[in-house]
Design a protein around this ligand. Sequence first.
Ligand code: AMP
Length: 282
Amino acid sequence: MQVLNLPVEIFDHTWSLKIQGKSIGFVPTMGALHEGHFHLIKRAREENEIVVVSIFVNPLQFNRDEDFNNYPRSVDQDLVHLRKLGVDVAYVPSERAMYPELPQIKLDFGLMEQVMEGEFRPGHFSGVGVVVAKLFNHCNPTRAYFGLKDLQQYLLVKRLVSDLSLPLDIVGVPIVREESGLAMSSRNQRLSQEGKRIARTIYQGLILARQLWEDKSSSDETNQTVNAFYREQKGLSMEYVQIVSPNTLRPLENNKLEPAVICVAGYVEGVRLIDNLYLRQD
Ligand code: AMP
């Protein structure tokens, strides 16, 4: 496995592979890798001749310095995992290499970013869009893999690619959970045992929502019952609970025969966690 640090190095390397006709699967990450990331990488491995994984904690997408500074970092251990997974190239740029100058551009995804993560993390998706566009330009991917755990991010990246006619496909990969149901996340490392116990009630709330939805409860009823369940959990403080269309992210008022997903964000021990569950698939 090659480890490259500079945009020009990864560009030259992937470009020469691309013009030889090789398919390149790309998995962007912020490191502190876990089983959730591994699923994306395995999928990329199955579907492409070359696999590139980037590790970069992107300051532009954090709206709180504290969150950025506390984000777990473990590059050496991450590289060991990547070698075992048969990754061809690890791209690990420094902040200076990624942003020789602070980008002045701001991306606005319209209505899709005014809800949920966009509402509670101002500037977050602009930062995601800028880093993803840069990484695509550096790595020349045929396909890029994103987790559906960050459903809003996945939809916005797809929009970025179609709005700018970027020449690659975006592939969404289902959420990987711990046995307890807790969605895997690098941030879980910051939770104590007790914190993990509390955090798994997030998933229990989602399962409750799905039962209610299947029993034809309305959005309001489902929301109220799930919120009441979350309020009973000591140590859990929810930021939002939203039932939306998985295609547009618009709130769904009624329970009709259309796709629906419940998306939530909350804090346990000061750690911000997000999750979602389809209430009805396409
Ligand atoms: P991150 O390192 O948190 O930026 O995540 C990198 C990629 O891995 C993103 O596309 C995430 O959505 C995805 N990812 C993180 N956790 C999971 C998970 N539990 N299941 C599926 N994908 C995940």
